[in-house]
Design a protein around this ligand. Structure first.
Ligand SMILES: Cc1cc2nc3c(=O)[nH]c(=O)nc-3n(C[C@H](O)[C@H](O)[C@H](O)COP(=O)(O)OP(=O)(O)OC[C@H]3O[C@@H](n4cnc5c(N)ncnc54)[C@H](O)[C@@H]3O)c2cc1C
Length: 511
């Protein structure tokens, strides 16, 4: 193959899982051509993720499939911690979420089936002619030639080897990422490894359970139960040292584990869809970028699924990076903005993994002493002011300061957090009005000249009306104006709206 014959695409994405397809759709929305390569012809069929929060739902809505996702998902009530004493469950604590909408505009906890979501994501990507997905394409090598990134892949249907050149390469190729290895990134282990059994069951019978996530706190056999859909259920159980998934291959063999939820349901009414073993790990890659090659999603971090945030972290990575690449590519922002991807996302991903480990510990840690402590403390947790709200609140931490998150040293800072997504007076949600660009949310309208300049720079101006949700939000951050990035993270706030407007115009310039 001669150099001239090698096709060039601005962005190549390795991996068409939820992270890769989210990145591709957003890049396409920002007007950038991209090619997604995946080694398999279709969606990975095995159910993995079952929960996502309102922040991730908001990204899904940005992709254009909010209604479709609503049709395949189920808002859930919250979390119940159970004590397993002599095979009898007792509720230690219950944290109810308001299943109605949140500041992000969507329910705070949602159950779904990952292959169904991935099928929606892929079908939606077809609406964007500037994004191409090629299945049966196994990437074997990624090299940075200095000017461009050369990607070598094999078409698995005929064995033919192809090459494509890209300005940027996104490694969304999962836990065993080839791209991660090729950029010399090493995995840092956060010292957690447990073998769990994952069980998916279909049943038209009503199990008559509380409609939230049940966590069984048991140092010997921790477990989780969730209703995924109208006729779908998921259990996850910690495996004992001498057990494997083969020991639980039938409903009969599973009975001892699922009996507390299914005692009144006959075997014939329960269809075992899948029973498999997973080793849950907690890991973060030490570098997420080399030159214009980036890693995202499970390629960059792995978490045990105790708070249902693994896939969410990948979607957050894609939302964080896509607009930056688009802005650098079209010359709106300088290339060093790309440094902020790892700087912002790594601490956030690490925080969410630590949260999952803490919940895992609350379920299993401390042996007999831990069990006694749980029985004593957990029933009272909901009584501690503020703590209950913290457990129930789905809001994730603010991003760390970076060139794209400017935080003055004062409390109650909005920079690094997501702006809300309320209904505006015209009946539309903020995200639908703002679209793919920056937004300046301000209590006082800029003068005509400034507003025209902002518009030319692609910034949507939203005036927060007195008494509106946006004004209340600005007040909470002691601000009169906020500059919001395309991923809806607040970049900077100010008391002086005119000064923030002028600053915005110095930051955003088009070539
Ligand atoms: C039991 C279990 C429960 C979970 N529950 C939740 C939950 O409730 N909520 C949640 O948010 N997360 C959950 N997760 C995690 C979630 O499933 C993953 O984090 C998510 O799938 C990662 O998405 P990804 O796109 O980064 O990687 P993947 O989904 O692994 O996709 C990677 C893609 O890259 C492709 N690929 C790999 N190598 C190559 C190559 N060399 N060339 C071409 N293509 C390649 C693969 O074929 C694959 O399609 C759970 C995981 C498990 C195992």
């Amino acid at each position: 193959m001669t150099e001239n014959a090698i096709r060039h695409v601005p962005v190549v994405i390795v991996g068409a899982g939820p992270t890769g397809i989210t990145a591709a759709t957003l890049l396409a929305q920002y007007g950038l051509d991209c090619l997604v390569l995946d080694r398999w012809p279709g969606v990975y069929p095995q159910p993995r993720a079952v929960h996502l929060d309102d922040e991730i739902y908001r990204v899904i809505a940005r992709l254009g499939i909010a209604d479709e996702f609503a049709a395949i998902s189920r808002p859930t009530l919250g979390l119940r911690l159970l004590d397993n004493r002599s095979q009898r469950f007792r509720v230690l604590a219950e944290f109810n979420r308001d299943p109605s909408r949140s500041p992000n505009g969507f329910p705070q906890a949602n159950m779904f089936d990952q292959p169904e979501l991935e099928a929606l994501l892929r079908a939606n990507l077809k609406r964007y002619p500037n994004a191409q997905l090629r299945g049966d394409a196994e990437v074997t090598e990624v090299t940075d030639t200095g000017r461009r990134v050369r990607v070598t892949f094999t078409d698995r249907s005929d064995g033919e080897v192809h090459q494509v050149d890209a300005d940027y390469l996104l490694g969304c190729d999962g836990a065993n990422s080839l791209v991660r290895a090729q950029i010399g990134s090493a995995i840092r282990d956060l010292n957690f490894q447990q073998r769990w059994l994952v069980v998916d069951v279909a049943s038209d019978a009503d199990l008559r359970q509380w409609e939230g996530v049940h966590q069984v706190c048991d140092p010997v056999r921790a477990g989780t139960y969730m209703r995924i859909g109208s006729a779908r259920y998921r259990w996850e159980f910690q495996l004992l040292a001498d057990e494997t998934a083969d020991d639980f291959g039938t409903i009969d063999a599973l009975r001892s584990l699922i009996a507390p939820w299914t005692a009144d349901v006959a075997d014939a009414e329960l269809t075992l869809l899948r029973v498999t073993e997973y080793t849950f790990r907690a890991q973060v890659a030490d570098r997420w970028r080399r030159g214009n090659i980036f890693i995202l999603g499970d390629a960059a971090h792995l978490t045990p699924p105790f708070v249902g945030q693994g896939m969410g972290a990948g979607v957050r990575d894609a939302a964080n990076l896509a607009w930056k690449i688009a802005a650098v590519h079209d010359g709106t922002l300088a290339a060093d903005v790309l440094d902020t991807y790892e700087r912002e996302r790594k601490p956030h991903a690490r925080h969410m993994i630590r949260l999952a480990l803490a919940v895992g510990w609350a379920m299993t840690g401390g042996g007999r002493v831990g069990s006694l402590a749980r029985r004593a403390v957990l029933p009272r947790v909901r009584l501690i002011p503020g703590l209950r709200d913290k457990v129930v609140d789905s809001t994730t931490p603010a991003l760390h300061a970076s060139a794209m998150v400017r935080k003055p040293r004062r409390p109650r800072q909005l920079a690094g957090t997501l702006c809300p997504n309320p209904l505006l007076p015209n009946g539309q949600r903020l995200d639908d009005v703002v679209g793919a660009g920056f937004a300046l949310i301000t209590t006082s309208r800029p003068d005509d000249a400034d507003e025209a300049s902002l518009r030319r720079a692609g910034v949507v101006v939203l005036v927060a009306q007195p008494g509106s949700a946006l004004q209340t939000w600005l007040r909470r951050g002691s601000a009169n104006a906020a500059l919001v990035r395309p991923d809806r993270t607040v970049m900077r706030t100010g008391r002086d709206a005119a000064a923030l407007c002028a600053w915005t115009l110095t930051v955003l310039h088009r070539r």
